[in-house]
Write a protein that binds this ligand. Structure first.
Ligand SMILES: NC(=O)c1ccc[n+]([C@@H]2O[C@H](COP(=O)([O-])OP(=O)(O)OC[C@H]3O[C@@H](n4cnc5c(N)ncnc54)[C@H](O)[C@@H]3O)[C@@H](O)[C@H]2O)c1
Length: 334
């Protein structure tokens, strides 16, 4: 089996690619390297370019007639940037994705796994969601993903396309073999910011302390990126048996962790604990949610294998070697 991974030089896409290779699945990577890293694809075939580039997609399919499915991870992903630049985000994530799926259909590709997000949901009062919860994104980023899902579903209802949207919750950790991890030195998510605060001997800012959670800080469902990759393998293994033509499955752990709880767990993993400072919410921030994972278990036969502590440990291990693997590492957020 061979898969095309768009965005396969990024954090999640490169991890999925490693998991595929470990499982004996061939990979072809398409990536513009706008945020992805060439170092993540040195042992993989890279087509450098944009998902909206029709002739490039045609060339990939002409040169790889045995592509079984496409995994579409290519997007801009910084929620706060999307608030500042909605035009750029809708163009990058919606317009280009529409172009991409048009190119895929022209090339006879009927199996698509789309990287969607928990940010499509607005959490209910108990802060849990499942796939039947209301779609009500709170940021242009979340809306761009919800729009893509809706567009793909419309297309799949009349064209030979079967699309599975995997709604990722908050990925942490790195490839346990440390081939890849988060490429940015300045990640905007809480664990990345804790690692940076730890490295700099600075306090960690808890952004938002008035949320309706057990301790006032935001809540997330932190899932190990390798578990997410494993879910893609499971989906590839049973793709044609999944209900179609369009289906969404949440990928989370089923456990909610608040920012304060994450900091406690982090401080147990490091020698010198990070102090907390309380700060105001950032634009686009939401209270957060965690997911019930029955659908993933039932349809994919998948459940996470790693826990929060593994995710923190692997994130710390990766942060310690990142600059060696990614010389001149990116300082823009991710
Ligand atoms: N990391 C998470 O916790 C998380 C959570 C929910 C959803 N997602 C989704 O997962 C996917 C991957 O996210 P990530 O965290 O790995 O981000 P990332 O920035 O590391 O990876 C995105 C990759 O896509 C590439 N790319 C972007 N636009 C492109 C284009 N037009 N053409 C070709 N390549 C392009 C980038 O160069 C990069 O390699 C995204 O679609 C994101 O929305 C991620």
């Amino acid at each position: 089996m061979k898969v095309l991974i768009a965005g396969g030089a990024g954090y999640v896409g490169s991890t999925i690619a490693s998991a595929c290779l470990d499982a004996g699945i061939g990979v072809v990577i398409m990536d513009s390297l706008v945020t992805g890293r060439r170092e993540f694809v040195t042992d993989r075939e890279l087509y450098e370019g944009d998902i909206a580039d029709g002739p490039l997609v045609d060339r990939i399919f002409a040169e790889h007639r045995d592509i079984y499915a496409v995994i579409h991870c290519a997007a801009l992903v910084v929620l706060s940037d999307s608030v500042a630049d909605p035009v750029g985000y809708y163009q990058a994530n919606v317009v280009k994705s529409l172009d991409f799926v048009t190119h895929l259909l022209r090339n006879g590709c009927g199996r698509l796994i789309f990287s969607s997000t928990a940010a499509v949901y607005r959490a209910g009062a108990d802060l849990t969601v499942d796939e039947d919860s209301a779609i009500a994104p709170c940021s242009p980023y979340g809306r761009s993903k919800a729009m893509c899902e809706a567009i793909f579903a419309d297309i799949a209802s009349v064209q030979p396309l079967h699309v599975l949207s995997l709604r990722y919750f908050n990925s942490i950790g790195a490839d346990p073999k440390m081939r890849t991890g988060l490429q940015s030195r300045q990640p905007t998510h809480a664990l990345g910011a804790m690692i940076r605060a730890h490295d700099e001997g600075a306090p960690f800012l808890i952004a938002g302390t008035d949320y309706p959670t057990r301790d006032g800080s935001g809540i997330r469902d932190y899932i190990h990126v390798w578990d997410m990759a494993a879910a893609h393998l499971a989906a590839l293994g049973c793709f044609d048996a999944l209900p179609g033509p369009a289906l969404a499955i949440n990928l989370g752990t089923g456990q909610g962790t608040t920012v304060r709880e994450l900091l406690d767990a982090f401080n147990r993993a490091v020698e010198y604990p990070v102090k907390a400072l309380e700060a105001a919410r950032r634009p686009g921030d939401v209270v957060g949610a965690y997911t019930r994972i029955d659908r993933a278990k039932q349809l994919l036969g998948w459940a996470p294998q790693y826990d929060l502590h593994d995710g923190i440990r692997h994130s710390l291990q990766w942060a310690a070697i990142r600059d060696e693997i990614l010389p001149g590492a990116v300082s823009r957020p991710s």
